[in-house]
Design a protein around this ligand. Sequence first.
Ligand SMILES: Cc1ncc(COP(=O)(O)O)c(C=O)c1O
Length: 388
Amino acid sequence: MTASPLDAEGTGFATLAIHAGQEPDPLTGAVVPPIYQTSTYKQDGIGGTRGGYEYSRTANPTRTALETCLAALENGARAFAFASGMAAEDCLIRTLCRPGDRVLLPGDAYGGTFRLFDKVMTAWGVEYEPVRQTDLAAVAQAAARQRPRLIWAETPTNPLLALVDIRALAALAHEHGALLVVDNTFASPYLQRPLDLGADIVVHSTTKYLGGHSDVVGGAIVIKDPRYAADLAFLQNATGAVAGPFDAWLTLRGIKTLAVRMDRHCSNAARVAQALREHPAVASVLYPGLPGHPGHDIAKSQMRDFGGMVSFRLAAGEEQAVEVCARTELFTLGESLGGVESLIEHPARMTHASAAGSPLEVPSDLVRLSVGIEDPADLLADLERALG
Ligand SMILES: Cc1ncc(COP(=O)(O)O)c(C=O)c1O
């Protein structure tokens, strides 16, 4: 990984997104990092690798470019890119936890994260306890009781868009000898940098805002303390769920426009949230940008803006929620989020179905929107039509 003058403190986010790890190709001057679609590399005599590249599971220059860029955007020491967000989470947990270790999870963790702990990690002796992290006293009590290895946080949470105070949670984690992991997928590093707020590790589903175009699945780990780098690199290589070169390239291509896309996601979401709040069919709107949201002040203190995700509850309950999801046309019914196109979904029956019957179950009258970057008037008209 070559040092770049862009790594210097003070370089703006949008500049880093376009240039960090992406210096023009030394061979041709190509301004876009090449897709090194190769599994192996010629050695100049045994062990004589060029830049350390010997096999693409271990390292690939296109992946290196992405990892360098992600580390710069999160202000971390190192980043590791994976085939999916879940692969990144799996590698992180198995690097840091051993049988008998315990993890505190958010009370409304992403369903896949919950499933990974509930159905996979427990079989290997890693226990978890879900705690509502908006209640710091409850987190402190659970930490004192469990002595967890990790406190795992999401903020804003998925799908209830609750806000967690990262600074306070980091202090609490460290007081109890735990590491704070923040899933920064919903905010993206443009809106929030957990490592600067005291967190130890960031994970991402780069499938979402970082990639930004719903055309690639990927994940990442970013660490503040380089001490964990060797163990993470070891397990990433040993288990091999790496981002392929084309996926790494697509993600980098998406990242270049992250700042401008996020600004538009945020302004569109604010307008959608306001319109929903005024609609009689809507019982409540969960959007951190609304002054009445319980996490509004925390959001202002740790985020640049309030994000592109909006959830709302229907006054008439579950059937109406399901009907609204079926009636929108521009808001496409589908899982995932963070792409340029708007999406709508019913978390209880879709993304969070795996949490049914658990303490992480989500309300059945809830609808989640990933507000895209289309013309806001068209998005508002679509919702108005669907709500009837
Ligand atoms: C907050 C959050 N974390 C992690 C993931 C998992 O990422 P992936 O789907 O890329 O494996 C998701 C996916 O929806 C997510 O929303």
